[in-house]
Design a protein around this ligand. Structure first.
Ligand code: MN
Length: 194
């Protein structure tokens, strides 16, 4: 039977393109070491199993333990790294902008709540903006490797609050790192996911 291995996603920007929000050093460790590690782990764990023929989403929804943790981290990081750009569209427009105003009051109010939920997430995890089946927007805190698809939500935007995402640049100042990430979020990407 044909074997399939997951591959480390390629970045659409240079390693220093996201500075100062994410330094070259942080990006090289985060993508080239941490994410690459999850990819290697998952490929080793699923070798010779039916999971080799499934998508990351399918694996996350149907596995547990180390397989789900590593598949979840790959899925989360792929969404994370894909949403940034050196010259991003800095504010949402259209249908997504209307939904943000409807569900949070304003874009500024949304950003405040998103940052606060990221700053107060205890331990390692991810803060997410997702849409439910009716297009209503929700912000959730997910521990460790969890993804909103496990609650039937469609993930749109995420900030990684594991220390490896910011510690080289920001040390204990997680809130400052989260505030800086708005400079590199490309709302073109988020609008396409909505
Ligand atoms: Mn990470």
């Amino acid at each position: 039977m044909e074997t399939k291995a997951f591959e480390l996603t390629k970045l659409a920007y240079a390693a220093d393109a996201l500075e100062p929000a994410i330094s070259r050093q942080t990006l090289e460790f985060h993508h080239g070491k941490h994410l690459a590690g999850y990819v290697n782990n998952l490929n080793n764990l699923i070798q010779g199993t039916d999971f080799q023929h499934r998508s990351l989403e399918e694996i996350v929804l149907s596995s547990d333990g180390a397989v789900r943790n590593n598949a979840g981290q790959i899925l989360n990081h792929n969404l994370y790294f894909e949403q940034f750009a050196k010259t991003p569209k800095s504010v949402p427009t259209g249908k997504l902008a209307e939904a943000i105003t409807r569900d949070f009051g304003s874009f500024e109010a949304f950003k405040d709540e998103f940052q606060k939920k990221g700053a107060t997430l205890f331990g390692s995890g991810w803060v997410w903006l997702s849409a439910d089946q009716n297009g209503k927007l929700v912000i959730t805190q997910e521990s460790n490797a969890s993804n909103p698809i496990q609650q039937g939500l469609r993930p749109l935007l995420t900030f990684d609050v594991w220390e490896h995402a910011y510690y080289l640049d920001y040390q204990n100042r997680r809130p400052d790192h989260l505030a800086a990430l708005w400079q590199i979020v490309d709302w073109n990407v988020i609008e396409k996911r909505y």
